[in-house]
Design a protein around this ligand. Structure first.
Ligand code: BG6
Length: 507
């Protein structure tokens, strides 16, 4: 029976020999197909320069998705019939016409028409040449036609504000904004979307999320990995500010800080996110080093194993100054949040992979229950701990509310406890991968979870002073040991404000 939710389109993946295509895109499309979201008349065409046949592309894809030993199931055979591969040098504008007719032939064979999705899983330097090629090959529909073309771009969208602007302007000459889908895969994560639902689908929390009740907010995107899979070449040009802060971390900040949109529509939500980015400030009046710390990992011990330092990683120059960690203190300078610090941090080779947004509330105004607790000869005064609301984005998706309770006994002894909602336990189903959700949204034409050009520009504007500061000859990232929580200066930055970083566990 045909699934009424199934989408029909021709999907072209430029950069089909790359890591992203193999690890994320093709598995996501396969799952969408399995779950009935993609019709059987939707060809998926891998496009790249390497020589390959449809059969070898199908076999490679089978191995990545099902594993080398898996049997060729009937289901797989079925799906494989929708996979195709065509060779193209993306920089050769003259070759796109040939590609267009090859695509049309495949469409004819499968009965696909009217909608094409082009996913640019390529190096950013190929974004514009590819779009120019699409124009040269006659793939851009006339504005008054019913045909649909959507072009999906992977980050990085530029290297800084001016290159991002230039790219937007160039693309804007050929494509309209509603044809461009800029992916930030964090927005496809189920728990990131749940931040919106949690805030606007419940009545009791939203009234508390403001300067009257919130002491500060901490956003952590910690990764245990270093420069695996030959990423060093890209990463050394990028660094933590461009790679994760400018996009994923700022997007999380927008979702926790934005005002409720008037309706749940792409532009209404993106308008609100934009306002947050525009209200974002750092260290008004203070020096940059008071509210910004950059670090780089050296060798250390992680999960009991010795790992090498950044400068010893493959394709990293021995004198690299690229930051593998950043932490900063920002403020959303608006009526709701003025004066509330937002502490943001991200880094490689931290103790474990964990992403969370933690909202720490103010303490009760009066300490009625401070008690003295002793263990042997050591006694301490235990006061109320602040309530904290934690959105754990990964790995064990959860929402936790920390609160104080009375420890059973004859005295009033205060004890912090956690109220946990764990996705895994509450829903007995696999959480869809970010790319599944985002690809389905592109097929449906829903751009809510994609970054608009003005948002992108505002995010670049915010990080520009950090990039400038980082590039000063006097700015050296502070060294931290792999497997630690980052440079000491990051702890000091919070200590100066009488705060301290959470040490989130990966349970
Ligand atoms: C990517 C960055 O955008 O996000 C990587 O380029 C990073 O460096 C990755 O590792 C993190 O994504 P996730 O989904 O694993 O948290």
């Amino acid at each position: 029976m045909t699934n009424p939710n199934a989408e029909q389109a021709t999907i072209l993946i430029f950069g089909a020999s790359g890591d992203l295509t193999a690890r994320k895109l093709l598995p996501a499309l396969y799952h969408l197909w399995q779950d009935g979201y993609l019709t059987e008349s939707s060809p998926i065409i891998g496009i790249a320069r390497r020589e390959k046949t449809d059969d070898s592309f199908r076999e490679e894809t089978r191995q990545t998705i099902l594993g080398a030993d898996a049997a060729k199931t009937e289901e797989w055979q079925h799906f494989a019939q929708q996979l195709f591969y065509r060779e193209l040098d993306l920089t050769a504008a003259g070759d796109y016409e040939r590609m267009t007719s090859q695509v049309a032939e495949i469409e004819e064979q499968l009965g696909s028409r009217g909608k094409r999705i082009v996913y640019l899983a390529t190096a950013p330097s190929l974004f514009y040449p590819s779009v120019e090629g699409l124009a040269a090959g006659g793939m851009i529909p006339n504005r008054d036609s019913n045909e649909i073309l959507r072009v999906v771009l992977e980050k990085p969208f530029g290297h800084d504000l001016s290159s991002s602007r230039e790219l937007s302007n160039n693309l804007g000459r050929i494509l309209s904004e509603d044809q461009i889908y800029r992916i930030d895969h964090y927005l496809g994560k189920e728990t990131v979307q749940n931040m919106l639902l949690f805030r606007y689908g419940n009545a009791i929390f939203e009234p508390l999320l403001n300067r009257n009740h919130v002491d500060h907010v901490q956003i952590t995107v910690a990764e245990s990995q270093g420069m695996e899979r030959g990423r060093g070449g890209y990463y050394d040009q990028s660094g933590a500010i461009r790679d994760v802060l400018q996009n994923h971390v700022l997007q999380l900040l927008c979702l926790v800080a934005m005002e409720p949109p008037a309706m749940f529509r792409a532009d209404a939500i993106r308008d609100e996110k934009l306002k947050v980015l525009k209200a974002l400030r750092m260290c008004e009046g203070a020096g940059m080093s008071d509210c910004f710390v950059a670090g780089q990992y050296e060798s250390g011990t992680q999960n009991g194993e010795r790992v090498r330092g950044y400068r010893d990683e493959e394709r990293i120059p021995a004198d690299s100054r690229t930051e593998t960690y950043v932490a900063l203190k920002a403020e959303v300078d608006n009526w709701r949040w003025a004066g509330v610090p937002f502490y943001l941090r991200t880094g490689k080779r931290l103790p474990h992979r964990v992403t969370e947004v933690a909202i720490q509330f103010k303490l009760p105004p009066l300490n009625l229950f401070n008690t003295i607790e002793c263990e042997g000869d050591i006694c301490e005064i235990v006061n109320a701990r602040p309530n904290t609301l934690i959105f754990r984005i990964q790995p064990k998706e959860a929402i936790t509310l920390m609160m104080s309770t009375k420890r059973p006994g004859m005295q009033y002894q205060i004890h912090p406890v956690a109220m946990d909602f764990m996705y895994e336990e509450a829903f007995e189903r696999r959480l869809p991968e970010a790319y599944e959700r985002l690809l389905l949204d592109v097929l449906r034409g829903d751009s809510t979870l994609f970054t608009r050009s003005d948002e992108l520009e505002a995010a670049w504007e915010f990080v520009t002073p950090l990039l400038n500061y980082q590039s000063l000859p006097t700015s050296q990232p502070e060294i931290y040991a792999a497997g630690s929580w980052g440079p000491r200066a990051a702890d000091e930055m919070l200590r100066r404000a009488s705060h301290c970083w959470r040490q989130p566990h990966a349970r």
